[in-house]
Design a protein around this ligand. Structure first.
Ligand code: CA
Length: 240
C-alpha cells in the first residue's frame, strides 16, 4: 500500500526538495504552502475511495512558521479527529515549544536544518510506531548489546542479566514502547509515577542516571538512553 504524506511547508525550495525525496522513497506526497491550504487538504483528502472518518493521509509533516498562521493550529485540528503520525519540522528550537508540541500530540520534532536521511528515518519510526500500537505494542527490544523482554520482564546487557528495581524497569519499559521516539518528561512522569507527579523532574534525572549506570557502557556518554535537552528522553531505535 502506498502511504500518503501531507507536507505543509511554505519554503518553496525546501518543499520541492522534500517532495522529491519522499517521492523517491515511494510516498504519495500532497503539498501545502500555507496553513489554509493544509487545512483544506486535511478536510478533503479523504475522497470517495476512503472510508468515512479516514483522513485520506497516513502522515503529516508540518512546518510551524506559515505565512497565514501557525502550524500548531493544524496539529490541534488534526488531533481532534485523527491519530495519524505527525512530524514537526521547524527552525524554532525553544525547549518549551518542543515540549508543547509533543504534549499536543506531535510524534516527533526535527529542528531545521536537518538531513533528509534523518527525516526519512524518523518518519519510518513514527509510522511503524503507530502500526505496532494498532496491532500489538512492542514487547521486545534489542540494540547495541541491550536486550529487553517486556513479557518475561528480563533485561540483559551483553548476554548477562541486569537487575532493575521495579521503578527502573517501568521507566525502561515505557521508553521501549516508544523506542526511537522522544517521550516528554511530563509523559514519562505521568506514565511511570502517576499524573500527580508530572512536575517532579528530579525523579527522572535520578532514575535515568541509575538506568544509565546499569545499562550504558559509558554512562556519561549514553548511546542508548538519550537526552533530548529540555524536552525528554529517547531510547535509541531498536534493531529490526
Ligand atoms: Ca516556514
Amino acid at each position: 500500500m502506498t502511504l500518503r504524506v501531507l507536507l505543509v511547508e511554505d519554503d518553496r525550495e525546501l518543499r520541492t526538495t522534500l517532495q522529491g525525496a519522499l517521492a523517491v522513497e515511494g510516498y504519495d506526497v500532497l503539498t501545502a504552502a500555507s496553513l489554509s491550504e493544509g487545512l483544506a487538504l486535511l478536510a478533503h483528502a479523504g475522497g470517495p475511495a476512503r472510508a468515512e472518518g479516514d483522513p485520506g493521509i497516513d502522515m503529516l509533516v508540518l512546518d510551524l512558521g506559515l505565512p497565514d498562521g501557525d502550524g500548531e493550529t493544524l496539529l490541534a485540528t488534526l488531533r481532534r479527529r485523527h491519530s495519524i503520525p505527525v512530524l514537526v519540522i521547524s527552525a524554532r528550537q525553544a525547549e518549551d515549544q518542543k515540549v508543547r508540541l509533543l504534549d499536543a500530540g506531535a510524534d516527533d520534532y526535527l529542528v531545521k536544518p536537518f538531513g533528509i536521511g534523518e527525516l526519512l528515518a524518523r518518519m519510518r519510526v513514527a509510522l511503524r510506531h503507530r502500526g505496532t500500537t494498532v496491532q500489538a505494542a512492542l514487547k521486545h527490544y534489542e540494540h547495541a548489546g541491550l536486550m529487553v523482554d517486556l513479557v518475561a520482564q528480563r533485561v540483559e546487557r551483553d548476554g548477562h542479566a541486569v537487575h532493575l528495581t521495579p521503578t527502573e524497569f517501568d521507566l525502561l519499559a515505557r521508553l521501549v514502547r516508544s523506542a526511537g521516539q522522544v517521550v516528554t518528561h511530563r509523559q514519562l512522569l505521568a506514565d511511570v509515577w502517576g499524573a500527580e507527579f508530572t512536575d517532579h523532574t528530579h525523579y527522572l534525572r535520578l532514575y535515568m542516571a541509575q538506568l544509565r549506570s546499569k545499562l550504558e557502557a559509558e554512562p556519561a556518554e549514553p548511546h542508548l538512553l538519550l537526552t533530548e535537552p529540555g524536552v525528554g528522553y529517547r531510547l535509541a531505535e531498536g534493531d529490526d
